[in-house]
Design a binder for this molecule. Structure first.
Ligand code: ADP
Ligand code: MG
Length: 240
């Protein structure tokens, strides 16, 4: 990989005596689409929390665009260009869709020239296919609309890396395709994407490369077609 946007070297994370991540390496290239999979409890969300700064890794190092971000608080990582969507969306329910995107935009402080925050927010909302709901309060959205809003809020920070944590869980087949289209669109704009997903059809279609975690360790890494035929991966999932 020529120039990784994210370079994780041997990170570990312990919760008391329990090891959630054990000496994991992970690289993501500029503009790459990476699938991160593994059975429940294998450490995927913990990994994302260590990357975003919600948690601090106990060992190892995390470099973002060549810069060591170990110990850096989450809001600074956001400003550097790391964005994540949460498994359970938590928008401001009483605010409109537009306001929910305007807030992180304001916060990211990346005002583009003279364009107002509202104009920029509107553009993001439209590109996330929520244009018909700009003035709807977030509390009135259904599941897929909430997932799209979650991605719109993440995109407000103009990330170089977007981490999508199970943005498709519980959605119908057509809805999964809608979210996939949005993530492809984001990626076409040059944003590297880590997709964490249990829906194999979606991960296989989306990912250029897949990394598999099991019980806090990386057990496989490679092209989607080699991962599906990997006996260690099959064993990890059968044991679930
Ligand atoms: P995944 O996202 O792959 O399902 P997680 O990263 O959420 O897995 O969890 C990995 C393991 O770490 C699980 O056994 C989980 O119970 C444990 N864990 C996660 N967060 C905490 C925490 N804050 N305190 C204690 N244990 C945790
Ligand atoms: Mg998880």
């Amino acid at each position: 990989m020529a120039d990784p946007v994210l370079d994780i070297r041997g990170i570990s994370k312990h919760f008391g005596g329990f090891t959630a991540l054990s000496n994991v390496d992970l690289q993501v290239g500029e503009g790459e689409r990476l699938g991160l999979i593994g059975p429940n409890g294998s450490g995927k969300t913990t990994m994302i929390n260590c990357i975003s700064g919600a948690l601090t890794n106990d060992e190892g190092e995390i470099l973002f665009q060549g810069r060591n971000i170990n110990g850096m608080p989450a809001h600074k990582r956001t400003r550097l260009g790391i964005a994540r969507s949460f498994q359970i969306p938590k928008p401001f329910a009483s605010m409109t869709v537009l306001q929910n995107v305007a807030i992180p935009l304001e916060y990211a402080g990346r005002r583009e020239g003279r364009r107002s925050i509202d104009d920029q927010a509107r553009e993001i909302v439209e590109s996330m296919r929520l244009g018909n709901l700009v003035d709807t309060s977030a509390g009135a959205l259904n599941q897929i609309e909430l997932r799209k809003l979650e991605l719109a809020r993440a995109m407000a920070a103009s990330p170089r890396l977007l981490i999508s944590d199970e943005a498709m869980a519980g959605l119908s087949g057509n809805e999964v395709d809608e979210i996939l289209d949005i993530l492809f669109l984001v990626n076409q704009r040059g944003v590297a994407v880590i997709m964490i997903e249990h829906i194999m059809r979606a991960v296989m279609r989306f990912s250029e490369r897949i990394v598999v975690l099991d019980a806090g360790s990386k057990i496989a890494e490679g092209l989607p077609e080699t991962i599906v035929n990997n006996p260690d991966v099959e064993r990890a999932y059968l044991g679930e």
